[in-house]
Design a protein around this ligand. Sequence first.
Ligand code: TEU
Length: 513
Amino acid sequence: MTAPWWRSAVFYQIYPRSFASSRGTPTGDLAGIEAHLDHLSWLGVDAIWISPFYPSPQADFGYDVSDYCDVDPLFGDLDTFDHLLAACHDRGIRLLVDLVPNHTSDQHPWFVAARSSRDDPKRDWYIWRDGDPDTPPNNWIAAFSPVPAWTWDETTGQWYLHLFLPQQPDLNWANPAVVEAMHGVMRFWLDRGVDGFRVDVIHGIGKDPELPDAPPELAGIPQAGLNDTPQTHELIRGMRELVDSYPGDRLLLGEVYLLSTRRVAQYYGRDDELHLSFNFPPLHTPWNGPRWRQQIADTRHYIDGRGAWPTWVLSNHDNVRHRSRYGSEARARAALFLLLGLRGSPVLYAGEELGLEDAVIPPWHVVDPGGRDGCRAPIPWTGAPDHGWGVTQAWLPWPPEADERNVEALAADDTSILHLYRRLLAARKASPALQLGDFAEVDAPDDVVAWRRIAKGPGAGDRVVVVNMGAEPATVDVAGTVLVSSDGQGEDAPFTGTVRADHAVLIEPAGAR
Ligand code: TEU
C-alpha cells in the first residue's frame, strides 16, 4: 500500500488578501495567486490551502461567509477560481479550500431568514434560546473580546449563539437540514476538483444540546464551553464519508484549536474522522529544548501512537509569526528543520520563507477584531516602493525590512533564508526517510533536539536532524555528511559533531545501519 499524497506533502497556507494583487489593488486576489505559482513550484511546495475567498461582509476577513458557493468580487469569480485550480494542477500542486462550517455571516440568507421570525423555516438552522434580555443563557464568552457568546435579537425576543463575533452566528448542526446543506457545499467544491478542505473550528460544530456552563476556572476563556462532544465526532465521520466517496484521496485537514495534543488526537477517530489535524501546542512552545522534546513526545504518544499522521505548523494568519516569536532569523532558519524534519506533514505560512517578521501596526491601522493584523501583512515581491503590488499602500502596512526582505532580492541571494527553504524542501523530497520514515530520538544535551528518521527497506537512506536551541555550541555523537545546514556553512562536508547556538543541520549518517 502506498501512502496517500498528503502524508509526504508540504503544505503552504495563502491568506488571499495579503498574497498578491493582479490588478493593482490594496488587497490580493485569486489571479494574483495564480501569477505567483511559479514561485511556489520553485520553492517546492506540494499543496496550498487558501483562507476564505467567499462572498463576505469581511467582519472577520472572510471567516464570516455569506455565500459558500461563490467567490467574493474582491478576489475574482468562479471562473478565476477554476483557472487557478487548473493552473495548480498543471504544476502538480494540490489545492485545499477553507470550509467554515461552525458559523455563517449574519448577512448569509440563511440567517437573514432565520432572524426574520420565530416561525421561519430557517429559524432552527441557528441556535436560539429564550431568556430575559439582561441574562445570557450561559457563561460562554465570544472570541476576540470578553463579551458573552450570545446576542439578544430585539425583533424576535431570543438570544442567538456566536462563538466568534455577533456577525458570525453559530449554525445548528443538530438540524439535519444544516448537515445536508453543508454537505452540499462540500460537494460543490469537490465536484469542481479541489483536493480537500481545511476545516475551520471543526471541533465546535456539535454542541452539547444542554449548552452547559463552562467550568468556573475556564469561564473567561473563549470556546471553553466546547467539550469534545460525541455529536461533533459523529458529524466529522459524516464529512469524512462524503470526502472519501470521491476519487483521488481528497483531504480533510481540521483546525482543532485545542491546546491539548491528547484531545486533538481524538479527532482522527479510528481513521474515520479527520485525515489530518492541526496540532497547536507546538506553535505555542518557546525556543527551548526540553519543552520541544516534550511536544515531540506528546505528538508521538497521542497521534503516531494511534496510527494517525501528525502535522507541524509554526505560523498562520491567527498568530504572531514564529520569526517574531523566536526573535531571530537564525532561529527561524533552524525551526524549519523541525517543520520539515519531524515525522508528519508540515504546513508553512506564506512569507515565512522570507523570514518575515510581523508588521508593526500603528493603533489607528488596526482592523482585525482579534488584533491579528501583524502576521497578515502583505507579501513583498520586489524592493520597489509598491513591492510588486501596483500600489504603494496595501490594506495593511508592509512587514519590516521589505526593501531588502522580498522575494526578488532573496531569490537573487543563494545564502538567503528563501534558498534555505528551497534546499531543505528539495532534501526532504529526495528522502523517503524524511517524508515517511520512522522516528528515533538521538542522545543529545538538554538544549539540543536531535532525532533520526529511519528509511524503510534495506540499505542506507536514514537522516539525522540536530537542532541546537541553546545559547552555546553543543556536541552530539553522530558521524556523517552534512546535507543542509541552517546558515549554509559546512554543507557537503563531514559533520564535525558540533552545532552552533541557534543552528540546525541535516545529516546523512555514515554507513548503512
Ligand atoms: O480560528 C479559530 C480560533 O480558535 C482562533 O480564533 C483563535 O482562537 C485565535 O485566532 C487565536 O489568536 C479560526 C480562523 O483561523 C480565524 O481566523 C477565525 O477568526 C476564526 O476561526 C473564526 O472563523
